[in-house]
Design a protein around this ligand. Structure first.
Ligand SMILES: Nc1ncnc2c1ncn2[C@@H]1O[C@H](COP(=O)(O)OP(=O)(O)OP(=O)(O)O)[C@@H](O)[C@H]1O
Ligand SMILES: [Mg+2]
Length: 310
């Protein structure tokens, strides 16, 4: 089973108006389309499209929590969320008649100490059946930012390999536990390093330094349309971005993580894992809805990717 963690899921609501948006005025929405969101939710949904055995855990609450759980269960993921009293956040993207996009974001419900305890119990229990752990996204405000580090320590004791895709203080804390893989994008990576990266070779040097310092066993750096760079102690792989007309690149990084993990637990070699990460992420860019990918694109383009070692 692939164990996905999403502590802070969200309903992503795409809203449309047939008039210009007016700050400080009354704005009437003509259409509202809710989508299940949150990075770990996206990962689980990508994996289910390929039929993987998936369990997902985190915190959910209220009507929005029910929407997310409903989508995941309908798609065949095992849900073992801890319920909280408030409502799971809803992030609104308001597109007006001129095509201007206004985002209205919520911070998410309060998670109390009892709920954190209950989550950790479920986490330890389901980890026993996990072949790989994937931790994605932000930590809710009321949860200690080193919770990922604690979870990685437990996973390591149970010999479950872990991939983590997060930012800021929770990434910093997690890297003290040297997870099997981190998956930053370029801006997350430069913000972690506190300096700019000038091209591929510079990126590889910075990745090698972190691996040498045992901050992660491997790094999969995603570079948007430019593709992926993978590095561990033995091998560095560059996967050139696939040329396509992207429709929506939100959640492409989540697809890369899902594709890598899916191949990894099937015993594929690292080149194959990186190839699948590239294919899944590129095909996600072709879909309007986050968390969805084009399976036929993945299968049809397996021979067309440009991957080389350095
Ligand atoms: N415009 C694009 N054309 C082709 N491939 C793309 C494009 N954008 C993204 N990809 C693919 O998706 C991968 C991940 O993209 P990106 O680096 O933007 O991830 P991300 O910022 O972590 O995304 P998110 O956090 O929203 O999931 C890239 O390495 C690439 O393979
Ligand atoms: Mg990302």
């Amino acid at each position: 089973m692939i164990f996905c963690i999403c502590l802070n899921p969200a309903v992503d609501m795409t809203c449309r108006m047939d008039a210009p948006f007016r700050a400080g005025g009354v704005n009437r929405l003509t259409e509202m389309m809710p989508f299940a969101g949150g990075k770990g939710v996206n990962v689980a949904r990508f994996l289910r499209q390929f039929g993987a055995d998936v369990c997902i855990s985190g915190f959910l609450g209220g009507a929005n929590g029910k929407v997310i759980e409903g989508v995941l269960e309908a798609e065949g993921a095992e849900c073992c969320f801890t319920m909280v009293r408030g409502n799971t956040r809803c992030n609104r993207n308001i597109i007006d008649s001129a095509g201007n996009v206004t985002e209205v974001l919520e911070s998410g419900p309060f998670v109390g100490p009892d709920q954190i305890l209950s989550f950790m119990e479920t986490f330890q229990d389901r980890l026993n059946d996990a072949e790989i752990l994937i931790i994605s996204g932000s930590v809710p405000q009321s949860v200690p930012s080193d919770i990922y580090a604690t979870m990685l320590k437990i996973a390591s004791a149970k010999k479950v390999p872990a991939i983590i895709d997060t930012t800021g203080g929770s990434l910093r804390a997690a890297m003290k536990e040297c997870p099997m893989m981190i998956k930053p994008n370029l801006s997350e990576f430069t913000s972690y390093l506190g300096k700019d990266i000038s091209g591929r070779d510079d990126a590889i040097k910075a990745m090698d330094d972190l691996i040498y310092q045992k901050k992660a066993s491997s790094i999969l750096l995603s570079r948007g349309r430019d593709g992926l760079i993978y590095s561990n102690r033995e091998i560095r792989i560059c996967a050139e971005g696939i040329k396509l007309n992207a429709v929506n690149t939100v959640s492409c990084g989540d697809a890369a993580v899902a594709g890598y993990a899916y191949s990894y637990i099937r015993g594929a070699d690292i080149r194959e894992c990186v190839s699948q990460a590239l294919l899944w992420s590129a095909s996600a860019a072709l879909k309007e809805e986050s968390g969805q990918l084009d399976i036929s694109f993945v299968k049809e383009n397996e021979k067309n990717i440009n991957l080389y070692t350095i």
